[in-house]
Design a protein around this ligand. Structure first.
Ligand SMILES: C[S@@+](CC[C@H](N)C(=O)[O-])C[C@H]1O[C@@H](n2cnc3c(N)ncnc32)[C@H](O)[C@@H]1O
Length: 209
């Protein structure tokens, strides 16, 4: 199992419902949670993460018959992404955006919009109202993370993803007995499952409603 926990059923449903195809970007892919599902649906998956050791584990977990559809690359997602405009048919990102402050999240979303094709599809998740504990039951808060409530997060994504036909679901999660190198032993909270399709622009460059 991934050190980041189970594959939540709400996210699996979103992956199945959105109909991913073509070239998919898996942002902050970690050790590969959900990645093999994406590979089964896509022509190719580019899995990026700042941590090369995560990507090595992701490759180890990848079945041999899917490996030729997989590309991995060490990328810091707080910087401009190293891809041209409108490169990907779909973009997937779980377990990560909540680690950043509001301005950084907005910057990452702008880059997601830049490298996604018109009519491209997204599935993102975003943890809210987070409670994390280490093995001694001490609260763990990561420096720089936004610590959003569910309502604050819904407003943020509705505001920043106006160019998308959007669906936002809210679910709960809980993981305990996580490995030590996750940085915590227990985590619970809510999470948004955000799926959307980028609307086409008309000749005036306006978004079709
Ligand atoms: C909680 S894990 C989630 C991994 C995976 N997406 C999942 O859902 O299991 C967060 C991941 O974000 C990566 N990460 C953190 N900051 C990053 C950054 N600035 N650029 C790229 N990846 C980053 C970490 O290395 C880690 O693999």
């Amino acid at each position: 199992m991934s050190k980041w926990g189970i594959e939540e059923k709400e996210t699996i449903e979103a992956i199945n419902n959105i109909g991913f195809f073509g070239n998919i970007l898996n942002i902050a892919a970690g050790d590969g949670r959900f990645n093999n599902r994406l590979l089964e649906l896509a022509d190719s998956v580019t899995a990026i993460d700042i941590d090369n050791s995560e990507l090595e584990t992701l490759e180890e977990y990848c079945p041999k018959d899917l490996l030729d559809k997989l590309c991995t690359k060490a990328v810091n997602i707080t910087q401009k992404l190293p891809f041209q405009d409108e490169t990907f048919d779909g973009i997937f990102c779980t377990g990560t955006l909540h680690l950043f402050d509001r301005d950084t999240i907005i910057k990452i979303l702008q880059e997601i919009k830049r490298v996604l094709k018109t009519r491209g599809k997204i599935v993102l998740d975003f943890a809210t109202d987070i409670k994390r504990l280490d093995k001694n039951q001490n609260q763990v808060v990561f420096e720089g993370e936004g610590s959003f409530t569910t309502d604050e997060a819904v407003s943020l994504f509705e505001e920043q993803l106006k160019e998308f036909t959007l669906n936002i679901g809210v679910a709960t999660f809980m993981e305990d007995n996580l490995e030590g190198d996750a940085g915590y032993n227990y985590i619970s909270g809510n999470f948004l499952v955000i799926s959307g399709i980028a609307r086409e622009k008309n000749q005036q460059g306006c978004i079709e409603r």
